[in-house]
Design a protein around this ligand. Structure first.
Ligand code: ADP
Ligand code: MG
Length: 323
């Protein structure tokens, strides 16, 4: 590194994110000392991004700073937790100040936006790898879980899954799109995903189960179903597709992206029929972009309902879905 480790930490990470009164000791000592509110539960999450595995070699530093924190914020959102504190373990090659400036600026912007204070971490030299650990706060007993959905519950998803996978395909040159506006929108969905923290918190007491979509809508729905001990029916025609994705790949392939993409960081959740009125109210009050896409059924597994009939979703949903 061009500068000493302590200089580097002080310059880029000592004051990253929100200033919080509940951080008694932050960056600079052997450990952070935090003051969690009384009678609350803490939710802890962590995620690692490795170059060449979780992001393409040479990805923009700003995107990495954003994504490393966004994927953790998304996990907290899926639990219904309000984000509070973060730790960053960073392994970087001989990176210059430019990389660190852009990385830390993007990370700081996102953390401030969500009220997160960076309270510690570790910095080492080696092949690029970024681990963020985050903690969030939730009232006792109300954290959302993957389990809890029941047959009859209604299934919702936030945002427009599929965009990010198309954006990654564009970044990797596996997909070519003639309309530059659509291409840029899709790229941005991959490079700068939006964690749905406000929606997650609003779903406390409303959703019966929740998961964040990181491995593809169909696959993550299978996980929610397995945890809840039920099955699901997805209405293919109801899948929310962005204009950019439809313009880029066409409507039918867009549905395949939506079902089997990945890296969406949207929330997939179930709402019992008895709370559907409250859910409709929440949507009317500005909950955010959520779409009803199907329902939970007895049994197991995920079935996709199309005009052509019913298809069993399997991890490789693509072929099955393409007639
Ligand atoms: P130690 O030798 O005790 O592990 P370090 O020299 O690794 O301490 O870190 C010094 C301080 O800087 C600690 O408070 C640590 O939490 C913090 N720190 C180190 N790297 C980072 C980072 N990438 N982001 C935030 N804080 C960091
Ligand atoms: Mg250390």
């Amino acid at each position: 590194m061009p500068q000493g480790e302590f200089e580097l930490i002080g310059k880029y990470f000592a004051n990253l994110g929100a200033r919080r009164a509940d951080v008694r000791i932050g960056v600079g000592d052997d450990g952070a000392v935090l003051m969690p509110p009384a009678s609350r539960e803490l939710v802890a999450v962590t995620d690692t991004l490795v170059e060449g595995v979780h992001f393409p070699v040479g990805s923009p530093a700003a995107s990495l700073g954003h994504r490393a924190f966004a994927v953790n914020l998304s996990d907290l959102a899926a639990m219904g937790a309000e984000p509070a504190w973060g730790l960053l373990s960073l392994t970087i090659p001989d990176s210059g100040g430019d990389w660190l400036t852009q990385f830390s600026r993007a990370a700081g912007d996102l953390c401030r936006k969500h009220g997160v204070s960076l309270v510690g971490g570790d910095t080492t030299r080696g092949p690029l790898s970024i681990t963020v650990t985050m903690m969030g706060i939730v009232p006792i007993g109300v954290a959302l879980e993957r389990k809890g959905a029941q047959a009859g519950d209604v299934l919702f998803v936030s945002g427009t899954p599929g965009d990010s996978a198309a954006g990654l395909a564009l970044e990797q040159g596996r997909l070519h799109v003639t309309d530059p506006m659509s291409a840029q929108i899709l790229r941005d969905r991959f490079l700068f995903p939006t964690p749905r923290c406000d929606i997650g918190v609003a779903l406390r007491g409303l959703a019966s189960a929740c998961i964040d979509v990181s491995d593809g809508l169909g696959g993550d729905l299978e996980k929610l179903c397995a945890a809840s001990g039920c099955g699901a029916e997805l209405d293919a025609a109801a899948l929310p597709l962005s204009d950019a994705l439809v313009a880029a790949v066409g409507r039918e392939p867009a549905r395949e992206y939506s079902l089997s993409g990945g890296e969406d960081y949207e929330l997939l959740f179930s709402v019992p029929l008895a709370r559907l009125g409250a859910m409709t109210n929440a949507i009317a009050m500005g909950l955010g972009p959520v779409t009803r896409i199907g329902s939970l059924v007895s049994g197991s597994g995920v079935r996709v309902i199309t005009r052509g009939g019913v298809t069993q979703f399997s991890g490789t949903g693509f072929d099955h879905f393409a007639r």
